[in-house]
Every structure is written in structure tokens, then in C-alpha cells.
Design a protein. Structure first.
Length: 278
């Protein structure tokens, strides 16, 4: 017998092929989304828990409330003199500055300037006994070694932008000093302003300025070599011996007549000196 054909009006049983395929695809998509989400969660958890390299802490300068005249900062390590024999063919002074910069966060270019002034004064005024560390202590307070406000100290010894202080116009806490140089150094024809990394007022700069490189050019207060040497000459004036507490404090308070200023300079100088010995 031949089976009769199915009635066209009778509904057929649902096809399992198309529905099953759709369900399987949906399940696969959901599974893939779950795997991706799980992987992202694992990665984020690992990243959060993995230790991150810590940045080096800044060089510590503990404040020392030393009373004026009582003591001078600790002795600093010697800087290499010109022509000092070393096994390396590199410049020994540059090597010294680079190594100490890593310890103290002072730009190597600034350390080199302080050291050059130290070496110059050993020859010109050995009884003064000024140290590069004292100059670094002053540079730290006056302009953060020529980098105040995000400036950079170039290899030519100049900051990326000239450093010029506030007008000395007699405002509260500010001494009044009328313009003395026609604005030649500070651009102000009404009031004087302190200039450069070591913050000289024009009248003091004119008296103590000297070109550190000896290249015949005019001394430049924005050049840290010239500024550091002028600062050393100023501090050593009057026959002072900065190796003694009395001489050191007399010099620094003449630079800025403030006990707190002197204590801040002392703190920096002593910390740099200790770091150079370690």
C-alpha cells in the first residue's frame, strides 16, 4: 500500500535543525562573552594587585634650628681638582657631579658650578674655607638650583628662562631699593630686583661679579657658574672664615639677614655635605 500524502492543511512538526542551531549559537555567544568578561576581570585584578615600582623619595633635608654663630655645617667631601688623575678618561669633576646628583637631587650642572667656585676660592682666598655645600645650601633656597617654577638648567649654565625676583618696592616684608642700573639686569627701571640663580641685587652684583670661565665675556648673573663664584666672593669678603660658626653665620646673615634663612641654608649645606661623604 502507498501511504497517503500528508495533508497540506495539517501543521507539520517543527523542524529541530534551525531552532537548534539558533539556540546553540546564542549559547556560544554567551559563553564567549562570559570568557571575555572573566578574562578582563582577572587582568584588572592582577594589575591592581601587582606591585608597582615606587618612585625614589626626594632627597631629605631635615630642618636644623641651629642658633646663629654656634656652629658651621659639617665638612663636605673634597671635589676633584683640575688635572686630578683618575683611571677614567672622563672629566673627573663631571663624574663627581653626576654621582652626587643621583644622591641629592641637585642638578649635576649646578653642583659643577658650586664646585668650580669652591676650587677658585681655595686658590684666591684659602683662609675663607668656603665649601661648595654652603653654596648649594644657598642655591637651594634662592632658586632651587636654577630650576624654580619648572625651569631647566642648560649645559651653558643658564636657566631656561631668566630668573627675576619681585620688585623691591617697600611692600610689607620687602626692602625698598630704587632702581640702580636703569633696568639693565632686571628689566625694571623703577625698582631693583634680585636676579639669577643666586638672586643678586644689581648693586651687589656689580661689586662681586666675575666671569668664572675666564673667556673674556661680561659676567652674567643668570649663568650659574658666574653667580656661584660671585656668591663665594661676597660670602668671603671682610676676611671671614666660613670654617667657624661665627664666620659662617656672619657671612650667610649678610647674604640675607634672617635667622630662619640661615637655618634653612645650614640645613641644606649640612645635608649635602653628609651625602657627599656617604
Amino acid at each position: 500500500m502507498v501511504a497517503p500524502p500528508p495533508s497540506k492543511t495539517e501543521p507539520r512538526p517543527p523542524s529541530r535543525g534551525s531552532a537548534g542551531n539558533l539556540a546553540g549559537r546564542l549559547a556560544l555567544v554567551l559563553l564567549l562573552l562570559a570568557v571575555v568578561a572573566g578574562g578582563a576581570w582577572v587582568l584588572s585584578t592582577v594589575n591592581r594587585s601587582a606591585p608597582r615600582p615606587a618612585a625614589d623619595p626626594p632627597f631629605p633635608v631635615p630642618f636644623q634650628a641651629v642658633q646663629p654663630g654656634v656652629a658651621a655645617p659639617g665638612s663636605a667631601g673634597e671635589v676633584p681638582a683640575a688635572g686630578d688623575p683618575r683611571p677614567s678618561t672622563a672629566d673627573p669633576l663631571a663624574e663627581w657631579a653626576a654621582a652626587l646628583s643621583e644622591k641629592t637631587d641637585v642638578p649635576a650642572r649646578a653642583l659643577r658650578a658650586y664646585a668650580i667656585a669652591d676650587l677658585a676660592m681655595r686658590s684666591q682666598n684659602p683662609s675663607c674655607r668656603i665649601s661648595w655645600a654652603t653654596l648649594a645650601g644657598i642655591g637651594r633656597i634662592e632658586s632651587h638650583h636654577g630650576t624654580i617654577g619648572g625651569l631647566r638648567l642648560g649645559e651653558d649654565g643658564r636657566p631656561s628662562r631668566p630668573i627675576i625676583g619681585i620688585p623691591l618696592d617697600g611692600s610689607p616684608g620687602v626692602k625698598a631699593i630704587a632702581d640702580s642700573d636703569g633696568g639693565a639686569l632686571d628689566g625694571d627701571t623703577r625698582w631693583d630686583r634680585a636676579v639669577g640663580p643666586m638672586q643678586f641685587i644689581p648693586t651687589t652684583w656689580v661689586r662681586y661679579a666675575v666671569r668664572a670661565s675666564g673667556d673674556g665675556q661680561a659676567p652674567d648673573p643668570q649663568n650659574i657658574d658666574d653667580a656661584a663664584l660671585a656668591a663665594a666672593r661676597y660670602l668671603c669678603s671682610g676676611g671671614r672664615d666660613l670654617g667657624t660658626g661665627a664666620g659662617w653665620w656672619a657671612a650667610v646673615l649678610d647674604y640675607n639677614n634672617s635667622t630662619e634663612y640661615g637655618q634653612n641654608v645650614y640645613s641644606g649645606a649640612d645635608a649635602y655635605a653628609r651625602a657627599s661623604l656617604g
